[in-house]
Design a protein around this ligand. Structure first.
Ligand SMILES: [Zn+2]
Length: 218
C-alpha cells in the first residue's frame, strides 16, 4: 500500500487516541517499513509471497517488544514497534485476496442470493472462515520483472509478463486498482483499531498513560 494510504488509515483509525508526538513516531515507523531495505527479503513486513505464518509471527514479536519497552519506560521504542506491526496488519488487505474472497460472497453468480455487496465501511476485517480459508493467497513478488510495475509507463508491460498470482496483478495498493481498494482501506482501518485494542488490553494505568502520551481517550 502506498505511504499516503497508510497515513490515511492511521489518522482514520487512531487519530485523537495518541498525542501528536506519539502519532508521528508510530506513523513514521509504519511507512518506514516500505523503505528499499524493507522491501527485499522481508515478506513478513508486507504479507507478501504467501508468508502468512511469518507475518503473523512478526506482528506478535513486535507487539511483545512494544509491551516490554513500555514496561521499562521506553515509550519511543514501544511506538516504533507498534507502528511496524500496524504496517503489516494493514498490508494484509492490500496484498492478499481476502477482500476478493469476502466480496465473492455477494457475487450473484455464486447463487447466494445477494445482488450487491454492502458498502465498504461494512466490510468484516476478521472473518475467521476467510482468514483460515484454503483459498487465501497473497501476491508473489517476481523479481526482477516486478520492478517494472513500479514505473507507471512500464506497468502494462509488467502485467503482460507477470503471472496472475504476482503482486502486480493482486495488489490493492492504490485507487488505480478499482473498487476493491475502498474495501481494503476500510478493512485496514478496522483492523488497526483491533490491533490497538489487543495491544493495550492488559495495560496498567501507568502503561496506558505512557503509551497514549497523556491523551485521555483510547
Ligand atoms: Zn508494505
Amino acid at each position: 500500500m502506498l505511504s499516503q494510504y497508510h497515513i490515511e488509515i492511521m489518522l482514520a483509525s487512531l487519530g485523537g487516541r495518541f498525542s501528536p508526538r506519539a502519532m508521528s513516531v508510530i506513523t513514521h515507523a509504519n511507512i518506514n517499513q516500505d523503505r528499499i531495505a524493507g522491501q527485499f527479503g522481508h515478506d513478513e513486513y508486507h504479507f507478501d509471497n504467501n508468508a502468512f505464518d511469518k507475518s503473523y509471527a512478526y506482528i506478535e514479536e513486535q507487539r511483545a517488544f512494544a509491551i516490554s519497552s513500555l514496561r521499562s519506560g521506553n515509550a519511543d521504542a514501544a511506538w516504533q514497534a507498534f507502528g511496524r506491526l500496524l504496517h503489516t496488519a494493514q498490508d494484509f488487505y492490500a496484498h492478499s485476496n481476502y477482500i476478493t474472497l469476502w466480496l465473492s460472497r455477494f457475487d450473484p453468480s455464486t447463487g447466494l442470493g445477494h445482488a450487491a455487496p454492502p458498502p465498504p465501511p461494512e466490510v468484516d476485517p476478521m472473518d475467521p472462515s476467510l482468514i483460515h480459508s484454503p483459498d487465501l493467497r497473497s501476491g508473489k513478488v517476481y523479481y526482477p520483472f516486478e520492478l517494472l510495475y513500479f514505473v507507471r509507463q512500464l506497468r502494462p508491460l509488467a502485467l503482460r509478463i507477470l503471472p496472475r498470482d504476482s503482486h502486480a496483478w493482486m495488489n490493492l495498493d492504490s485507487p488505480a486498482q478499482g473498487f476493491k481498494f475502498d474495501y481494503a482501506i476500510q478493512a485496514a482501518v478496522k483492523r488497526t483499531v483491533i490491533e490497538f485494542e489487543i495491544t493495550t488490553q492488559g495495560f496498567s494505568e501507568e502503561m496506558r498513560r505512557l503509551f497514549l502520551d497523556g491523551q485521555a481517550g483510547g
